[in-house]
Design a protein around this ligand. Structure first.
Ligand SMILES: Nc1nc2c(c(=O)[nH]1)N[C@H]1C(S)=C(S)[C@@H](COP(=O)(O)O)O[C@H]1N2
Ligand SMILES: [Mo]
Length: 186
């Protein structure tokens, strides 16, 4: 009688331990997957440059400001379906401040432009553009900009501190990647 009671309580205790253990495991799995999710989510304010599974570099606006700054004045023709007239309603004037993408890449490793042939630029909204390395190597073509008319670029969420990739040879601005968050070298 006493023994039965003892066994029953022992059984209850081990079930309790088992349930506790399972709950801890579940919590750990959920915790790690959340951590993984948040570290892989792209965020504005930081430009991550990657290749394959690895990260080659990561730049904030403050980091880019330490590199040689260039001012780029340009008129971008927007909303041109078939023909672009000189109608000012169809164009916007920009006075960007930024730095040459080639300089950023060379700063990480001057061999990158030989090792890779393409760059995929992505915005926080997953808009993406493929750049040929030959375009990037042109002396005055591809820039990462962080200000327009001296004011910080606005993020998709409406805050300050956005980055944008501009291709000066693209007069329509369709290939400009706004809200830039990553560059993937291929
Ligand atoms: N991240 C991101 N960049 C983008 C786009 C976009 O949808 N998302 N649209 C492109 C297109 S089709 C055009 S015409 C221009 C529009 O730029 P604007 O909003 O400064 O006029 O941004 C380009 N860059
Ligand atoms: Mo567009």
């Amino acid at each position: 009688m006493v023994e039965t009671k003892f066994n029953a309580s022992k059984g209850f205790n081990s079930t309790k331990w088992l349930i506790g253990g399972i709950m801890l495991l579940v919590l750990a799995v959920v915790g790690f997957s959340l951590l993984n999710h948040f570290s892989s989510v792209q965020q504005e304010g930081r430009l991550v440059i990657k290749a394959g599974d690895g990260t080659l570099g990561s730049f904030t606006v403050a980091d880019l400001q330490k590199l040689p700054a260039v001012e780029k004045k340009m008129v971008v023709q927007t909303n041109c379906s078939s023909s672009c007239s000189n109608n000012s309603a169809n164009s916007s004037e920009h006075d960007y401040t930024g730095t040459l993408l080639l300089g950023v890449l060379d700063g990480i490793d001057p061999g990158l432009t030989r090792k890779y042939t393409k760059i995929i630029a992505r915005g926080v909204d997953y808009y993406s553009q493929v750049l040929d390395m030959s375009e990037v190597m042109q002396p005055d073509n591809v820039y990462i900009v962080y200000a327009d008319h001296g004011k910080p670029l606005i993020t998709q969420a409406g805050g300050e501190g956005s980055m944008q990739l501009i291709i000066c040879n693209d007069k329509t601005g369709q290939r400009f990647t706004k809200w830039l968050v990553s560059l993937e070298l291929q």
